[in-house]
Design a protein around this ligand. Structure first.
Ligand code: GLN
Length: 275
């Protein structure tokens, strides 16, 4: 079977673009490989891999899990079902954090729920003198993050800690000037009703009944790990800005910025000196 034949067969079950990307992956070819070398033959192993991947894609498994990687902020990150697939809108979280890190300054940035590491790694790649702390409640996610930091030459600048939210930082007495998080913010019922989100880790998505549980926890916990005068930078779900501002606004002045789709996506909170 040639690449072209495999593409035609796969495209009967899944969208042609997805089919082409999976054929490329099956053959270990780079972008547009199937179009550059349509006569390349698939061996038995590649055919078996492709058949399974096409069936999984037809069931709604994200392309990123099937290929095992996803591009984010100009880098390639390994992903597995233990981590959320990095979203383009989270590149905005990176940009907002970068605005608070002067290029020449040695500063430590902590990310809670670091997942694949895509956000923290993208920040550290842009700020060579910065150091990172990443925490995650799932050691399986930290294993994915560790591989990504290593692949990007960042292993020496990052400390990864297993634990729930701020607990591992508190346990070590760590306080940082910049704390970032893309918290789980999907309301539990909305999550249950969305089959597209089903393959991804619930622990990374489920924000409780109203989706705001983690913002409330951050209101309580962030002042324990952010230095007075430091900043908390969080991603917001579509339409959540007013409620999140009511919660996190108690900590200090907030600023909000929009993503490329015009959604109020990132909130920066200055943690007050008085707390
Ligand atoms: N942006 C994700 C989605 O709605 C949710 C990510 C999150 O909960 N932080 O698909």
């Amino acid at each position: 079977m040639t690449a072209r034949e495999a593409l035609r067969e796969a495209a009967r079950r899944i969208p042609p673009r997805d089919a082409a990307l999976l054929v490329d992956q099956a053959l270990g070819m780079g972008p547009h490989g199937v179009y550059r070398e349509p006569q390349r033959a698939l061996d038995a192993h590649a055919r078996r891999w492709l058949a399974r991947a096409v069936a999984a894609r037809a069931r709604g498994v994200p392309l990123a899990y099937l290929r095992g990687w996803r591009e984010f902020h100009g880098h390639v990150f390994r992903v597995s079902p233990r981590v959320l697939v990095p979203r383009p809108e989270s590149e905005h979280l990176v940009e907002a954090a970068l605005a608070w890190i002067d290029a020449g300054i040695e500063v430590t940035v902590a990310e809670l729920g670091v997942g694949s590491g895509a956000v923290l790694a993208s920040i550290l790649r842009m700020r060579p003198r910065a150091r990172g702390i990443g925490s995650d409640v799932d050691p399986g996610a930290l294993a994915v993050a560790r591989r990504n930091f290593r692949a990007l030459g960042l292993a020496g600048r990052v400390t990864l800690l297993a634990g729930d939210l701020t607990a591992p930082l508190v346990a070590r007495g760590l306080r940082v000037p910049l704390l970032i998080m893309n918290p789980p913010y999907v309301p539990t019922a909305a999550l249950a009703a969305d089959p597209l989100l089903a393959p991804e880790p619930r622990v990374a998505l489920d924000g409780g009944v109203d989706g705001l549980d983690f913002y409330r926890r951050l209101r309580r916990e962030a002042p324990r790990v952010v230095r007075p005068g430091g900043h908390l930078v969080v991603e917001l779900g579509d339409g959540q800005r007013p409620q999140v501002q009511a919660i996190l606004g108690e900590l200090g002045p907030v600023r909000v910025s929009r993503d490329l789709a015009g959604v109020e996506r990132v909130m920066v909170v200055e943690i007050g000196h008085a707390l």
